[in-house]
Design a protein around this ligand. Structure first.
Ligand SMILES: O=P(O)(O)OC[C@H]1O[C@H](O)[C@H](O)[C@@H](O)[C@@H]1O
Length: 430
């Protein structure tokens, strides 16, 4: 995996991130790296996540899911960090086992999914770090009942990943469900390389060892200089640009298989860095599709965006048939992959020509190893950015507010946040 900052330097006159500015920033990267390494060594909350390439035991995960022989589908019931990491992996990789995610509690979507599945051959993978998240537990109760109604022994088809306490742990103990623990010190959005993200991938038959190997390769590249570490290069430059007013970061992979990766990245970047009036709003885009939609704004709208372009350099390809249609001869004989690459490079150059900084991230392939590299690098980039910005990367108090309010409204406790919802002023226009 490599990160090319060339276009950031090409657009430096507009945004001041010159080579000299990066050299000055590098001293701060060294201090931040030192802090991160100390946190990792002490197993501090959050920093522990960067130890997962070595601390996760893939054999234990395989062993725990091995009792589910040849499922037709895996439904992961979880939300946020308990779903997006697993979904990034299973959506990117091919498998004979269909992977679905019940994160939202949209009743129509839940019903549609349950109606479409053969529940007798489906594995339900319930994931919640806290074991108390209302959406996850509600969805699980609905799935459990649907299985019972279909005459399926739900306890025989359910797998749980959760912490040592909480409603989900109680339920797993009560019914003797097979389960895996969530490692300590790993917030949900940093948990893809743990039991949380890898159990679904293992159930789908993916090579989870290779995911961890890719992550370990990026871990080995962490160093006290941004010029030696792709992860730190990305984190430091994103921070420097945000400081100079580029408060939005459009994640734009040129691979359909990486579309869910942008969702995962959005949670990582938003929940970790959006604090104290700081942060960089993640935007989700897909190349080449969004060239024909959002690119107009990125190039000519407010100058507040970094665009992150991601692609794989090796992939399966499809030839474009020769044609004698007027004006289309240029397409014939080339391939869809070549067209996509041309679009990628054209977008990159077009943004740079307009003074819009963009970073290029290249993987060899979208496979288990490449995904491990990418996911670990983005996590390390995020931790570095948090250090440079002096925010507490590993908490999410603003999210907790809404969770308490929703619980209070449903009668699940006496929360002052629920009163605030009831008292809010309304201006209704009909
Ligand atoms: O894994 P859980 O405890 O169910 O939490 C699921 C999600 O809940 C909250 O919304 C947090 O802000 C997320 O960071 C977390 O990933």
């Amino acid at each position: 995996m490599q990160v090319d900052l060339g276009n950031v330097l090409d657009t430096a006159s507009a945004h001041g991130v010159s080579r000299e500015a990066l050299d000055r920033l590098d001293g701060r990267v060294a201090a931040a790296h030192d802090r991160i390494e100390r946190g990792r060594e002490a197993g501090e909350h959050g920093y522990e996540s960067l130890n997962l390439p070595n601390s996760t035991d893939p054999a234990a995960i395989r062993d725990a899911v091995s009792r589910f022989d040849d499922p037709s589908a895996v439904v992961t019931v979880g939300i946020g960090g308990s779903a997006l990491g697993a979904a990034t992996l299973t959506d990117a990789l091919e498998s004979d086992v269909d992977a679905y995610y019940l994160d939202n509690v949209d009743p129509e979507a839940v019903e549609r999914l349950l109606d479409s599945l053969d529940l007798a051959s489906t594995v339900v993978n319930v994931v919640s770090r806290s074991g108390t998240t209302a959406e996850t537990l509600a969805n699980f109760l609905v799935v459990r009942e649907a299985m019972a109604d279909a005459g399926v022994d739900w306890a025989d088809r359910t797998f749980v990943t959760t912490g040592e306490e909480g409603n989900l742990r109680d339920l797993a103990d009560q019914h003797d469900l097979p389960s895996l623990p969530v490692p300590d010190g790993v917030p949900g959005r940093f948990s893809v390389l743990s039991t949380v993200g890898l159990a679904a991938a293992a159930l789908c038959g993916h090579d989870i060892e290779a995911v961890l190997e890719g992550a370990a390769a990026q871990e080995a590249r962490l160093s006290d200089s941004l010029f030696d570490s792709p992860a730190y290069a990305y984190g430091a430059v994103s921070y420097a640009l945000a400081e100079r007013g580029l408060r939005q970061n459009a994640m734009m992979p040129y691979a359909e298989s990486l579309e869910t990766f942008s969702e995962w990245f959005a949670q990582l970047w938003a929940e970790s860095l959006g604090k104290d009036g700081l942060g960089q709003t993640p935007l989700r885009a897909l190349g080449a599709t969004d060239q024909h939609s959002q690119l107009q704004l990125y190039r000519a709208g407010p100058r507040d965006k970094l665009v992150t372009l991601v692609r794989a350099t090796e992939r399966e390809d499809v030839a474009i048939p020769e044609t004698d249609l007027d004006g289309l001869a240029y397409l014939g004989g080339s391939s869809l992959g070549e067209l996509l690459d041309a679009e990628f490079e054209a977008t990159e150059a077009s943004l740079a020509a307009a003074g819009c900084p963009n970073v290029r991230i290249e993987l060899d392939r979208v496979d288990e190893y490449g995904l491990g590299e990418l996911l670990y690098a983005m996590e390390a980039a995020c931790v570095l950015y948090g250090e440079l910005a002096s925010v507490d990367t590993f908490i999410q108090p603003a999210v907790e507010w809404g969770k308490r309010a929703a619980r209070g409204l449903l009668g699940g406790g006496d929360f002052e946040e629920a009163e605030a919802v009831e008292e809010k002023s309304r201006l209704v226009v009909e």
